[in-house]
Every structure is written in C-alpha cells, then in structure tokens.
Write a protein that binds this ligand. Structure first.
Ligand code: SF4
Length: 284
C-alpha cells in the first residue's frame, strides 16, 4: 500500500502542497485502499501537478475541469475511489459551476482543494479567494472584490460533507481526508496551503494566528447545518475540522437508474456486424 512514487515534486521548498500530497497518500493507505483502486484527477495550477506525484491512476486535466473528468471516471468505473484535486483558482473561479453541480449531485468523489488564495503557477495574481485589498500584479491598488467563501457556498448548495484543514496539521488533515474517502457522497475538503513564494500575507504564521479548530468549540455538532453556517459566519470561515456532514442523503450513484449493473468498463461493448451502421441510421 505504498502511494509514494519516484517522481520528485517541483513545488517551491516550503509550499503547503507537499503536506497535502503526504496526507492523501497516508489517508488512502489508512482506509485500506491499494494504489490500483485509486484515481487522482487534477486541474491546472501548481497544485494540479499532484496527480503525477501519487502512486495511483492519475490524470492531469485542464483548468477548472477536474470535476467533470473525475465524475466521468467514477461513472465509468465505480470500483475506483476517485479523488479530484486542484487549487482555489481552478475550483472556485473557472471551475466553480462544476463544483456547485458536483456538490448538489452528491456524486461519490472526494474533492481536495489546495487553497493558497493566489494564482501561483502564473506568478502571483489575485484569485477569488484573495481578500479585499489584496495587492498583486493584477490588482496593484488592492482587490476591490471580497473573497469567496467556499465553505458557505458549499453549505448553501446542499453539500453533504464540508471540511477545512491547514496543511501543517498533517494529523488533522489526514483524518479529514480519511473521513471524506469513507463518506458516501461528495466531500469537499478545502485546505489552507500557503504559497510561500507569492502570497506574503496569508503565511503559515498568519494562519496559526487566525484559525480556530472546531474541536476547541465546546459542543460543536457537525450534523447541524444551521449551526455550521453560523459558525462559519462568526469566524469569517477561518475554522478547521469537519464543518458539516450529512450521512442520510443518498449519493448520486444510489439514485441513477440501472447503476447497479456492471461498470461501463466491465461491460462488453463489442458491436455485431451491421449494428454500428444501424445505430448511425437512427441519428441520420
Ligand atoms: Fe507552491 Fe506558490 Fe511555489 Fe506554486 S508558486 S509551488 S503554490 S509556493
């Protein structure tokens, strides 16, 4: 069960994405998966490279489209555990529509977002997660838009598993990814993963000062959606832990008619002679 491969990540030294990679590898092994049972599908960005750094099936997709690809993989081969991953620009800007629809669909995928609140691969532009006033080359006088809260967006979109973690807290992050992998339905895990090269505001120290662990809030109950939203608003979304989980709602897979037949990849799709032409005639 070794999810490590021999590819050396080319992230900057100190990048938060290293811990996310380690946490995915540990969590996958801890829940009893074998490398050939896992597919990691990523988008574009520094974080998108992660699919090449894990010993599993991997697909480095296109910007903002990790989730459509991951959903296709899951529907074609339900036996695979599918992990989608990418950055905040990838999943919460160009890919936000896919994120919301995958959430409300409750398809059985674990989506891990490495949230560094900036575009790192293109050398430091303001992202939808950058705070108002954030200065970069693309907003030299400071961002005039407020940051998107992915956790609040997920809750209002009907998410059944919403969690957040910090890349230095490998123990908590690994446990949350394990819970996400075990969740029956779509799990969104947002990880504060600092970009040490371009984001000089949201640093490791900044997060240490500003994050609150939900486990430190007495009586916090992740099954209470209203309380989850109130807690996010109270703490400006700067919390870590499982924010909300609904174990009752059926997953997309359980509702798709005929889904209990064999996976597409296991069905014999060979056509008899003339069948293809007959099929084409139907569409002429
Ligand atoms: Fe990580 Fe930022 Fe370097 Fe990209 S540019 S690898 S996000 S530290």
């Amino acid at each position: 069960k070794d999810f490590r491969n021999n590819v050396k990540p080319n992230w900057c030294p100190g990048c938060g994405d290293f811990s996310v990679q380690a946490a995915i590898q540990r969590a996958s092994a801890n829940v009893g998966l074998e490398p050939e049972q896992v597919a990691v599908v990523s988008g574009i960005g520094c974080s998108g490279r992660i699919s090449g750094y894990i010993n599993s099936y991997g697909l480095h997709g296109i910007h903002g489209r990790a989730l459509p690809i991951a959903q296709g993989v899951k529907m074609a081969n339900r036996d695979l555990t599918v992990i989608a991953s990418g950055g905040d620009g990838d999943g919460f800007a160009i890919g936000l529509g896919h994120t919301i629809h995958a959430i409300r669909r409750n398809i059985d995928i674990t989506y891990i977002v490495m949230d560094n609140q900036i575009y790192g691969l293109t050398k430091g532009q303001t992202s939808p997660r950058s705070a108002a006033g954030f200065k970069t080359k693309s907003t030299p006088e400071g961002a005039i838009e407020p940051a998107l809260s992915p956790m609040e967006t997920a809750l209002t979109s009907g998410a059944t598993f919403v969690a957040q973690s910090f890349s230095t807290d490998l123990k908590e992050l690994t446990a949350i990814i394990e819970a996400g992998l075990n969740h029956k339905g779509f799990s969104l895990i947002n990880v504060f993963s600092p970009c040490v090269t371009y984001n000089k505001i949201n640093t490791y120290d900044w997060f240490k000062e500003n994050l609150t662990k939900l486990s430190d809030i007495e009586g916090y109950d992740p099954s209470n959606r209203a309380k989850a939203m109130a807690t996010l608003m109270e703490h400006d979304s700067l919390v870590t832990g499982i924010i909300y989980q609904n174990t009752e709602q059926p997953s997309y897979q359980e509702l798709v008619p005929g889904y209990d037949k064999d996976s597409l990849v296991k069905q014999d799709l060979t056509l008899e002679e003339g069948q293809f032409q007959a099929l084409m005639k139907e569409f002429m």
